[in-house]
Design a binder for this molecule. Structure first.
Ligand SMILES: Nc1ncnc2c1ncn2[C@@H]1O[C@H](COP(=O)(O)OP(=O)(O)OP(=O)(O)O)[C@@H](O)[C@H]1O
Length: 260
């Protein structure tokens, strides 16, 4: 009897596929009777376990890029593919499901609920997802430990945690649904340099251990050493675009749609 060996390369090939890709994405906003171009033919592919940092001046389109990647905004043109699924024709409900199952978002401000302990912040997510809270306790403790919060701190409310610790809770919470894609908006803006560096180190570590395709946007070039790739947005163009003006470009293109 002959057996066919499983190709040893199969898992590696699967891993090398992008978990997030933006293909020639345009995004505009209404601007009086014209449209303001926030993203101009932006293409980006991020593999599992890869941390891509996007830097750029204020108004260059960083938050817009994250909103499109998070499927919160629908681009005017181009495709956004998350975990192999093209989001172009999806309804708002389908995008919400995809976001819940595949995308973790770390906002600039942790937005923790003041009356809940660190552990309860994660249990609240479990509750909202319809998961059994009792079964979730061990996982909450494990996730908080993995972002460096010890037992005593896990039982503290946000006002008794430092800014860096609150950001760690924020990151653990974003990982609850085991996302394929982690989108991080200016995570260190409220922190001093040293705490900012530690949060960056944590994000790099989380990206490797959880195999997330991570995109982080920041103003702060000093924090980019931990990223696998650093890209720059200028006037809505990712890297290499002509540096012909310092402000956003205004055009009269067709309408975009903002989604919930
Ligand atoms: N809802 C909106 N309506 C109209 N214009 C918008 C809207 N949101 C952003 N813009 C414009 O789109 C461009 C890109 O904005 P975006 O917030 O993506 O930039 P950013 O790089 O994240 O800026 P910052 O670093 O200051 O947060 C800017 O010119 C901004 O004024």
């Amino acid at each position: 009897m002959t057996t066919v060996p499983t190709p040893a390369t199969a898992p590696v090939e699967a891993e090398s596929e992008a978990a997030l890709s933006l293909e020639s994405v345009d995004l505009t906003y209404p601007d009086g009777d014209r449209r303001l171009t926030a993203l101009d033919r932006v293409s980006l592919a991020v593999a599992p376990g890869e941390l891509v940092a996007v830097a750029g001046p204020s108004g260059s389109g960083k938050s817009s890029l994250l909103a499109v990647a998070a499927t919160l905004l629908r681009p005017d043109a181009g495709r956004v593919v998350v975990a192999g699924r093209d989001t172009t024709g999806m309804s708002a409900a389908e995008r919400t499901r995809l976001r819940r199952g595949r995308i973790g978002i770390v906002f600039q401000q942790p937005n923790l609920l003041p009356s809940l302990t660190a552990e309860e912040q994660l249990l609240a997510v479990a509750h909202l997802r319809g998961e059994k809270v009792r079964a979730s306790r061990a996982r909450a403790a494990e996730l908080l430990e993995s972002v460096g919060l010890d037992g005593a701190k896990r039982r503290r409310r946000p006002h008794r945690l430092s800014g860096g610790e609150r950001q760690r809770v924020n990151i653990a919470r974003a990982l609850w649904g085991e996302p394929s894609v982690l989108l991080v908006d200016e995570p260190t803006s409220a922190l001093d340099h040293e705490r900012g560096e530690r949060v960056m180190a944590l994000l790099a570590d989380v990206t490797r251990r959880h195999r997330t395709a991570t995109v982080l946007v920041t103003h702060d070039r000093a924090l980019l050493g931990r990223a696998d790739r650093v890209l720059t947005l200028r006037d809505g163009r990712l890297d290499g675009g002509p540096a012909h003006s310092s402000g956003p470009v205004t055009t009269s293109s067709s309408s975009s749609s903002l989604c919930a």
